[in-house]
Design a binder for this molecule. Structure first.
Ligand code: TRP
Length: 363
């Protein structure tokens, strides 16, 4: 069986380092690994509209930002199909049929949707489209017969919902020759990558809190944000023992540092563990730790920034990548939809046997 990747993001803003360590970095590695037959990367504008009804312009403006972030992080249109969700009408058609396979109470149990409803104070006024977005996400994934979906932990309920829909569809409509494929989630490599906090130590990174480091930030912006990061409020003097738990700088090091970085920037320590031991014993100051983090993050972000500068010179070319990607994606989704309609036996005009049997009835 083919190995196929599909994943995506809602275009509600520029991508930040949380997106990078949570999924983007891994996608680029997978794309380049040669282990996958296809990689699809989707800008989920239709999904973003489900909770931004009053703000369509935000979504429209951010499509190019996300595309630039993708390509500057290393997603290569020659290897990955990058496309826009709303340009694939077949996804809506699939969703309409999948809706028959899911109950209202099942949707109400989705923990991520529950949390989002609370966060947005939707309660009784939840848009139906928002409430049902896990079904639309199942269409995104199954239209491409994706086997592997690299996502953050908050997306696990969507993958679970997709697997249930696939299972139900195949067992109802095509038990002998399953059409749809059950996907598996691929989670970030460690706890820090799963939930990278804001620079202020708050769990949630958000534009309004001003606590995000964006992929497109300048070197100066990155340095300033790192130097003012939340650390350990009890670590007042260098000689005091420091605490690692909830210490943002160390969480970021967990997500970004490799042993080779120590060789390059701070050979006093062989690896992060040695540095952590010194910090908790006492005698290591926050500034030294922050400087190391700055060196590592600048090294990681510099090539991304440089590629972005190049891409920004020809914006129409980036739109063209999205257009070509959307055309290619649409062909694949149309083929799956065709198979789905065959399995559901709603392909009346292709069904010679149906037409023959009906006409016999009337002879
Ligand atoms: N829900 C995802 C997010 O908020 C975006 C998304 C839409 C997605 N469709 C998808 C992710 C399909 C993976 C697969 O980031």
């Amino acid at each position: 069986m083919s190995k196929i990747i599909l994943t995506g993001d809602r275009p509600t803003g520029r991508l930040h380092v949380g997106h990078y360590v949570g999924s983007l970095r891994r996608r680029v590695e997978l794309q380049n690994s040669g282990e996958f037959d296809k990689t699809y990367i989707m800008i989920a504008d239709a999904q973003a509209l489900t909770d931004n009804i009053e703000n369509p312009e935000k979504i429209r403006q951010n499509i190019i930002e996300v595309a630039l972030d993708y390509m500057s992080a290393g997603l290569d249109p020659a290897k990955s199909t990058i496309f826009i969700q709303s340009q694939i009408p077949e996804l809506c058609e699939l969703s309409f049929y999948y809706m028959d396979l899911v109950t209202v109470s099942r949707l109400q149990r989705n923990p991520t949707v529950k949390a989002e409803i609370q966060m947005r104070n939707f309660e009784a006024s939840i848009p139906v489209g928002f409430f049902t977005y896990p079904i639309s996400q199942a269409s995104d994934i199954t239209a491409f017969k994706a086997t592997t979906v690299p996502v953050g932990e908050d997306q696990l309920p969507m993958i679970e919902q997709t697997r249930e829909i696939v299972h139900k569809f195949n067992s109802v409509y095509c038990p002998d020759a399953p059409v749809l494929v059950e996907p598996t989630a691929l989670l970030p490599e460690n706890e820090a990558c799963k939930r990278l906090p804001g620079t202020d130590g708050k769990a949630k990174m958000s534009k309004s809190l001003g606590n995000c480091i964006y992929l497109a930030d300048t070197a100066d912006e990155v340095r300033t944000k790192i130097m003012s990061m939340y650390t350990d409020p009890l670590h007042l003097m260098v000689s005091d023992p420091g605490h690692l738990e909830g210490n943002t700088v160390f969480t970021y090091l967990d997500a970004f540092a490799k042993d080779e970085h120590f060789e390059r920037y701070l050979p006093d320590y062989a690896n992060l563990q040695e540095m952590k031991d010194h910090y908790t014993r006492g005698g290591l100051g926050d500034v030294k730790v922050k400087k190391l983090l700055n060196n590592i993050m600048q090294e990681t972000l510099e090539p991304i920034r440089a590629r972005r500068k190049e891409l920004e010179k020809d914006i129409p070319a980036v739109y063209d990548v999205l257009k070509k990607g959307s055309e290619a994606a649409r062909e694949v989704a149309a083929q799956t939809l065709h198979e789905v309609k065959d399995a559901m036996r709603i392909n009346y005009f292709d069904d010679v046997e149906l037409i023959r049997a009906q006409s016999e009835k009337y002879q």
